[in-house]
Design a protein around this ligand. Structure first.
Ligand code: FAD
Length: 424
């Protein structure tokens, strides 16, 4: 089959690669002049099945209200955005019940495990070099109640195969000596030994190179204006350099996916949730962590990627706003370095490389993968805060459903028709 894939972020590129590897004619399109220039460019780099739960646990509204207005709050909401598009926010809150949250957290964990497995298989089989390390991840807690809650959350997904280990303060510092200077803040940590990290940009670039080498087509600097065909079936895509016919189309356009599918009556409950990262050069410094860290109270992740430190965090419901206010990214930088005072001193004058990206977040949590009511139109969208972790697994689920083959994990929790079947 000749299959057009719209969007060369980490997800679309993984889909196009998987289709090429299966012998299809994949045509990967992106409006940017290179792959992974939007949300996949400088994310937190963590590959984590241990931290896969959606962002709407029971009590999310109470937590959100408590955060609003605080100067270093991880959350920012533009009320005008919510008023202009209230449906997503209402559905996000409606999914914050204990039963739905558990179901969606399990679905995310299953896909994260599947994605991790296949990303590592591609790394090993294709010889991809993207700073990938199966290092495990440490999630840090400053008070024992939050730690106990984190442990409950970790236990809930252990039946799916997500392993974890609780560490007291001494064991946490023994595991990551860079935390020694701030050990007095800590209540302990949970270690997820099977998680890891890697650079999503380099992964995507290398996969795109392999795609080209295997005969896949890559059209960069090519914006898709609309999908060709109608509700009776898609026939390709209309681009700013002309039409591209295809037997099927996969929309993997991140936060911009809903705009492409809406004219065909396919409504995707996806909202852009903005986040920031700051990359700092580590050359000549000592005391940087080597294990990726999730700082639970500060809501930032910290990952060493070769000779740089990547700190990422914040969640803003501010629409398609890609601005990079210095106050916001500086807060991410400061919160990421807070546990490493000696490193912070050494980095005081180091250049910061700030970045912002829009996480394509569904109203319930899991992504939307697979067919739509429009024949030959498929989706690889809504991967939210976990798109890097989900990418390879999502690619396989999308390809299996395009080929009408049985999937290796149950595709139902990720299909668009879940919203019709179950509401939400
Ligand atoms: C601060 C931050 C930290 C994060 N940390 C992590 C992490 O540690 N681990 C993790 O697993 N995930 C993380 N994520 C999430 C992850 O980065 C995203 O889920 C993932 O990058 C989304 O990939 P995507 O391919 O769906 O979207 P994108 O990377 O945005 O790709 C979509 C592509 O579609 C193209 N496009 C859109 N419209 C059109 C059009 N009309 N025509 C042509 N091209 C079009 C865009 O140019 C873009 O390249 C983080 C995200 C952020 C913001």
């Amino acid at each position: 089959m000749r299959i057009a894939v719209v969007g060369a972020g980490v997800v679309g590129t993984a889909v196009a690669w998987e289709l090429t590897a299966r012998g299809h004619e994949a045509v990967l399109l992106d409006r940017c002049d290179a792959v992974a220039q939007e949300t996949s460019y400088a994310n937190g780099a963590q590959l984590h099945a241990g931290h896969a739960a959606p962002w709407n646990p029971p009590g999310v509204l109470r937590d959100a209200l408590a955060w609003l207005g605080k100067p270093d709050s991880p959350l920012r909401i533009n009320p005008w955005r919510v008023l202009r598009a209230p449906a997503w926010s209402l559905r996000f809150l409606a999914n914050a019940t204990a039963e739905r949250y558990r179901r969606h957290a399990d679905a995310n964990a299953a896909l994260a495990l599947y994605g991790l497995h296949h990303a590592r298989a591609w790394r090993d089989e294709l010889g991809l070099a993207f700073e990938a390390h199966d290092s495990g991840i440490l999630k840090l807690f400053d008070d024992s109640r939050a730690l106990a809650k984190g442990r409950e959350e970790a236990k809930a997904v252990s039946a799916l195969g997500v392993r974890h280990r609780q560490l007291d303060v001494d064991a946490t510092v023994a595991r990551e000596p860079a935390l020694a200077d701030s050990a007095d803040q800590l209540a302990g940590a949970i270690e997820f030994p099977d998680d890891g990290y890697g650079d999503a940009l380099r992964f995507t670039e290398q996969l795109a190179e392999r795609l080209r080498a295997e005969g896949g087509e890559l059209h960069l600097g090519t914006a898709v204006r609309h999908l060709l065909g109608g509700r009776g079936g898609v026939t390709g895509v209309a681009t700013d350099s002309g039409p591209i016919p295809a037997d099927a189309v996969v929309v993997a356009a991140g936060s911009y996916s809903p705009a492409l599918t809406r004219p065909l009556g396919v409504h995707l409950p996806i909202e852009p949730i903005k986040g920031y990262s700051v990359s700092l050069p580590l050359a000549g410094t000592v005391g940087a962590p080597t294990t990726p860290i999730i700082d639970d109270p500060r809501k930032v992740v910290i990952t060493r990627l070769g000779d740089q430190l990547r700190i990422a965090g914040k969640a803003e419901i501010t629409g398609f706003d890609e601005r990079l206010p210095e106050r916001r990214w500086r807060a991410v930088r400061q919160q990421g370095l807070a546990r490493f005072p000696r490193l912070a001193e050494q980095l005081a004058d180091a250049p910061s490389h700030p970045w912002a990206g829009l996480r394509p977040m569904t109203c319930d949590g899991p992504p939307i993968l697979g067919p739509t009511p429009v024949p030959r139109l498929h989706l690889a969208a809504g991967v939210g805060h976990l798109g890097w972790t989900f990418a390879a697994g999502s690619a396989r689920l999308v390809a299996d459903q395009l080929e009408s083959r049985p999937c290796e994990i149950d595709p139902a929790p990720y299909r668009l028709d879940r919203y019709r079947r179950r509401g939400g």
